[in-house]
Write a protein that binds this ligand. Structure first.
Ligand code: ATP
Ligand code: MG
Length: 488
């Protein structure tokens, strides 16, 4: 085998990829194309149509990475694609027919096939007013966002079509607009967000002119739907180093536009507690969460856990900044931010709960009742996540590994207490609402108050969690409430 070829086994795909240096000579990528892809290409060719692998698939292949999905482009019109695939006993779903895209299912595999197109006018800053099909692959490539995403690989032989020298940019790890950045960003306000997202995902630099054009396109970015912004934020959070994108967003004005609450954390010094201002601290915490493969909710919680600090900051008499109740205000603000970005209620509740509880200060003096109260407040299923958030938070105090010692001690105490039985929610009480009703306590608000008081009692002293004792305590509470009401 020639020295410039290397083999790579990537899941079900097996590629022989030529080093990019040699493309100029041959313009060929030697690759073992998946047999199904070859079969689909054969069917198209027999119908006089061409098929190319395009977009992220080619980019990732040139990076030597695994390909997640097959993005294909063709000169066949969507109607023709449908007919060709159906005649070959495949299935077609018009998933993005407005953009000329259909998804085809063939012999257990799927691929998105988009008809070559040129885009004309953009008046809403997001979608072209009309779509014009073309038979020229180079025209199709010129409507794509970045040079690294504007490369096509002709199937089945692997001829590379790279009018914007995207392969060179991939080699140099550069994100560059395909064409004039001001014009390209002016057409579609999602592109600047994609640029910063790719910078974090791939660890690439954004080329200077491309980067400089972002701040001029903010009024177009403003038109992007919150759902699309959220999808990009999610991809940033899933990247190895989210801060890379958020700092680029800050530099270009995108952070102020989409996450103004976070950008207001810049310059909020917290000397006495931290080396960093609130924004850098939050970004470090988020990077820690990403580096340690924490869940998506934890990454969001790490990013926003201190977002309320600018609002509550006050200087005390000794000249030290204080941030009382910042966890509550941060949770409230995060709820608004995540609602605005159309996150699901399940995600919002989980993230905000973690943020609200993140300020526990465990010491060995905590009584068992205090540990039980901590478990009840946090919720047993959230304990591990809260420890993780605390790790991310404390690692970002000084930008080094957090002190695991205290957390380990708390976790040990929690484990021991959980071994002695569980009475942390109303469901765990030895009496139910029905039992209380039988004892003469009417259902409604009073019943709710009494059940909560019983829970407090049991958390303080689990020995009280027997039916007999709780009925007695409940009876006494009820009498007290009843007498107080009569006096009024
Ligand atoms: P990934 O799927 O990993 O997010 P991708 O590059 O495949 O990355 P897709 O959103 O799947 O991104 O888009 C496929 C291709 O379509 C891109 O590679 C690019 O060529 C083109 N494209 C996507 N969004 C835009 C856009 N907003 N403007 C111009 N071209 C775009
Ligand atoms: Mg893709």
């Amino acid at each position: 085998m020639p020295p410039y070829l290397y083999e790579r086994q990537t899941g079900e795909f097996f590629f022989l990829i030529q080093y990019i240096e040699f493309q100029k000579e041959t313009q060929l990528i030697k690759t073992a194309i998946h047999s199904i892809l070859k079969e689909i290409t054969g069917i198209f060719n027999n119908n006089g149509k061409r098929l190319y692998l395009v977009g992220g698939a080619v980019r990732d292949m040139l990076r030597g990475e695994k390909i997640h999905d097959w993005d294909l482009a063709t000169d066949a019109h969507p109607d023709e694609v449908t007919k060709i695939i159906k005649n070959a006993k495949g299935k077609v779903v018009p998933t993005g027919i407005k953009h000329g895209t259909v998804t085809v299912f063939y012999k257990g595999h799927s691929a998105e096939i988009t008809t070559f197109r040129i885009e004309s006018k953009y008046s809403d800053g997001r979608r072209p007013d009309e779509i014009q099909y073309t038979s020229d692959i180079e025209e199709d490539l010129s409507r794509r966002d970045f040079t690294m995403n504007a490369i096509a690989l002709r199937l089945p032989e692997g001829e590379i079509i790279d009018p914007f020298k995207g392969a060179e940019d991939i080699k140099a790890k550069i994100i560059r607009c395909a064409g004039d950045p001001e014009k390209r960003f002016g057409e579609d306000g999602l592109r600047p967000l994609r640029a910063v997202r790719f910078a974090a995902q791939l660890g690439y630099e954004i080329e200077e002119k491309t980067l400089n054009a972002i701040s001029g396109a903010l009024s177009v970015c403003e038109k992007v739907s919150q759902e699309r912004v959220r999808d990009e934020i999610d991809k940033i959070l899933s990247s190895p180093l989210p801060s890379r994108a958020f700092l680029l967003m800050e530099k270009t004005g995108l952070l102020k536009l989409f996450l103004g609450e976070l950008s207001a954390c810049r310059g909020i010094e917290q000397k006495g507690f931290h080396r960093f201002d609130v924004l850098d601290h939050s970004l470090y915490a988020c990077d820690y969460a990403a580096a340690n493969n924490f869940s998506h909710e934890l990454r969001l919680a790490a990013l926003f856990h201190d977002v309320g600090k600018p609002k509550v900051r006050k200087m005390d008499s000794s000249g030290v900044w204080t941030f009382y109740r910042h966890e509550e205000v941060s949770a409230e603000m995060t709820r608004k931010i995540l609602n605005r970005l159309r996150y699901s209620n399940v995600v919002i509740d989980c993230v905000c709960h973690l943020i609200k509880e993140h300020m526990f200060n465990y010491t060995e003096n905590w009584s068992d009742a205090a540990v039980r109260r901590f478990i009840a407040r946090t919720g047993e299923k959230n304990l591990k996540d809260l420890y993780c958030l605390r790790q991310a938070d404390s690692s970002a105090f000084a930008g080094k590994e957090p002190d695991h010692h205290t957390l380990t001690k708390l976790a040990d105490r929690v484990e021991k207490i959980l071994l002695c039985g569980r009475a942390f929610t109303i469901k765990d009480l030895a009496v139910s609402g029905k039992d209380l009703m039988k004892a003469g306590i009417p259902s409604g608000k009073t019943m709710g108050i009494i059940l909560n008081q019983l829970l407090e009692t049991v958390i303080d002293d689990p020995e009280q969690n027997t039916k007999e004792k709780l009925l007695e305590i409940a009876g006494n509470y009820f009498k007290k409430i009843h007498t107080a009401a009569q006096r009024r």
